[in-house]
Write a protein that binds this ligand. Sequence first.
Ligand SMILES: CC(C)(COP(=O)(O)OP(=O)(O)OC[C@H]1O[C@@H](n2cnc3c(N)ncnc32)[C@H](O)[C@@H]1OP(=O)(O)O)[C@@H](O)C(=O)NCCC(=O)NCCS
Length: 314
Amino acid sequence: MDVDDGDAGLELVHLLRRITGRLDLMGSEFAAANGLHPTDLRALVHLLDARREEIPATPGWLSGKLALNSASVTALVDRLVRAGYVRRTRDNRDRRRVLLTVQDEAVRLGWAFFGGITRDMVSAMREFDGAELAVARRFLERMHDVVRADKPSDPVVRLLPLDEATTERLLTVAVHEARPADVMPPARAEWTPDTWTPATENAFREFHRSHFHGANGTVMYAVEAEGSLTGMIRMARISPDEAETGMWLGRSARGKGIGTAALRALLAEAAAAGVRTIVADTSTGNAAALGALRTCGATLTHHGDDVRAELPIG
Ligand SMILES: CC(C)(COP(=O)(O)OP(=O)(O)OC[C@H]1O[C@@H](n2cnc3c(N)ncnc32)[C@H](O)[C@@H]1OP(=O)(O)O)[C@@H](O)C(=O)NCCC(=O)NCCS
């Protein structure tokens, strides 16, 4: 599509570029004043975001975020460790995995950089009401999608029917990267929806075991992307022609096209099993789920905040 000089969007694109240019300049000045390379500061910002969003940050994850090869990331992490901003720790659950943990000094540095500007931006946003901010959010999320560097076009995804061994691997992902409430049906009395405990882990095992080999009409698959387990997708028969789906991914796997690829793979499984329609229930606030469903051709019907998606097969 050609962009026309009179296009209303063009002015907004220039404005976005001015904002990001200004923030970049502030970042470079701040990095130089603190003896950091601009990329080191970018790395710290990603690591601070990961800490806030509870994403386990590994050197591999960071190299994806910065589009750097692993040798450069090793050198960068060495510098941050020497400066006392980051520590390398072993993952308690998977001892082969190294996690990058930001130290309080990095939080102080981040706040020294972002504190003032964050306060000023939040205070300027008070000039807008909730509905206006919701539109601004939708707009910025859409622009973010367009410019995202870490969005591989088509991740290679395989669906692995669950058995004991796969369920254990899936549990490791769930414990590290999701809440019990995200990965199991509504809370039962014996477990807490936010925290993993031995009781919750056992409830997870039992819940998944009860669907091994399609028992109770539901097939559950672990979603493997680029060789790693990332989450779960299910197909639950409602009638001979119709099945329901639902899925979750670990936090660090979200937003990279894996959900869409897993849904596509599930549609292929459903077609092979003779299913004619897949349905899914989600909510207006779940932009990622809605995006994946839409991309796979769903028709969406809204009932207040609830959304029902229908995907015809074949
Ligand atoms: C919902 C979920 C499975 C989607 O998988 P995903 O891999 O994160 O999604 P994808 O990267 O394939 O993105 C799907 C679409 O949503 C958009 N999207 C992804 N993350 C987004 C976000 N945080 N905000 C806005 N849009 C987003 C993508 O740009 C893409 O749209 P496009 O095809 O138009 O570019 C995953 O995010 C998840 O596990 N969330 C938590 C559990 C959950 O909500 N499950 C669904 C319950 S109904």
